[in-house]
Design a binder for this molecule. Structure first.
Ligand code: ZN
Ligand code: ZN
Length: 411
């Protein structure tokens, strides 16, 4: 018997270093995780450098690598992938940006970089989409709301550069900065000028918008401008289905990860009440993955909350969230005809409050795997498993081989 499907479950930033408040254990070691440990016992384990030894991954570059897309070849910045994940269809060559709604005072200084964590900005973004006109600059644009105060912008036009500075002053009390071309290049200058025109026109629209009037009357900070950063040009991605012969889907609350998924041709599955935080709807997410696997051959699912706890340096909260994840994963144990690969995209040690290059634990369960002697899913135990230490770019080839669908190299 051979499995026919793959569930790739990325527990974002779950991997860690020893934490003094947990008796020098990692949150994954300290947490009670009967389901993950069962997977470790029934599967083959290892540790993994998602990009390469000593390379500190972003979530975007590591997910590309795990899907088998060399980030050094395919990664062109966060902006275009985030724009794609916000629902903008990014064609190769389009320029994508990450945006925030922000509040300005009467002097034009930024008083809140997130506009009071404003929610549901779709009406504002629609007004900007309808009202702003960049056609005299030869540019078409798409502007879409993201989660909370976030939004995304995309430019389509001839000869637009991406080496431009942001208008985000990165602090409150200072006015937005001017956009400029980093190296004085003509194409970069065109993009910088278009961004300036976009923000100028958007501010005029936001000033008169009823949603802002109503926020001001409630004592809430209005969304008076748009801060823009992360310019990048959308690349060309070989479709996942032609690379592997598998039709797939992506399930993630993070626009960046959904964007990577849809960029390579995975279809996006929406799950209600997923937040990308520790209050996310874990049970809904897991059952959506199982439902989706009835229709497709491959599902990439990202669960984000542990990364957030790591960035906040909260070891105990991270451990508790890991326990919540573990109980939500119980239905995976009885999954049939499907390989389950569980890993992290990078370590987010509580002591570092950022990503580190420490390798992450990985387990593969399902038909045909050579079960090793590891019986716990954590950074230390998995290091003794049968996969030993692999690169993230090897994960898909290993899974494809277990499906008996790997092309033969040589005679
Ligand atoms: Zn991540
Ligand atoms: Zn992170």
């Amino acid at each position: 018997m051979t499995a026919h499907k793959i569930l790739l479950l990325v527990l974002d930033g779950i991997s860690d270093r020893p934490c003094p408040e947990l008796g020098n254990r990692t949150p994954l070691q300290a947490a009670l995780t009967p389901v993950l440990d069962r997977m470790a016992r029934d599967g083959i384990c290892g540790i993994m450098d998602t990009i390469g030894p000593g390379i500190r991954p972003g979530s975007d570059t590591s997910h590309l690598s795990l899907l088998g897309y060399n980030p050094y070849e395919y990664y062109t910045g966060r902006g275009p992938l985030e724009a794609e994940g916000s629902g903008i269809h990014m064609e190769p060559g389009m320029i994508g940006f990450r945006c925030n709604y922000a509040t300005l005072d009467t002097q034009g200084r930024v008083t809140d970089r997130r506009a009071g964590r404003i929610q549901r900005t779709e009406a504002l973004s629609a007004a900007i989409q309808d009202g702003v006109d960049l056609s005299s600059l030869g540019i078409e644009f798409v502007f879409r709301s993201g989660a909370g105060h976030r939004a995304a912008l995309a430019f389509k036009g001839v000869d637009l550069g991406v080496s431009v500075t942001s208008n985000d002053p990165k602090k409150e009390g200072a006015p937005p900065l001017s956009f400029s071309a980093r190296d004085g290049d003509e194409s970069d200058k065109r993009t910088a000028d278009a961004l300036a025109a976009f923000v100028r026109q958007a501010e005029g629209i936001l000033r008169d918008h009823p949603m802002n009037a109503s926020r001001v009357s409630q004592g809430l900070p209005p969304a008076s401008t748009v801060l823009i950063r992360g310019a990048g040009k959308m690349g060309h991605f070989e479709p996942f289905s032609s690379r592997y012969g598998l039709e797939g889907s992506v399930i993630s609350a993070a626009a960046l990860i959904s964007g990577i998924g849809t960029a390579v041709g995975l279809s996006r599955v929406e799950v209600p009440e997923i937040t990308g935080s520790t209050d996310t709807n874990l049970v809904g997410k897991v059952s959506a993955a199982l439902d989706t696997l009835k229709a497709v051959d491959f599902v990439l699912m990202n669960i984000k909350g542990a990364d957030e706890a790591g960035h906040d340096g909260r070891a105990r909260a991270k451990m508790e969230f890991i326990e919540k994840i573990d109980s939500a994963l119980a239905p995976l144990i009885s999954l049939e005809d499907c390989l389950v690969a569980i890993c992290a995209d990078h370590s987010t040690p509580c002591s570092v409050k950022d990503h580190s290059a420490d390798p992450v634990p990985v387990v593969i369960c399902g038909e045909g795997v050579r079960v090793d002697r590891v019986i716990q899913f954590d950074e230390i135990a998995c290091a003794e498993g049968g996969l030993h230490r692999i690169n993230g770019s090897s994960l898909m080839p290993i899974l494809m081989d277990l499906l008996n669908r790997s092309p033969k190299y040589g005679a």
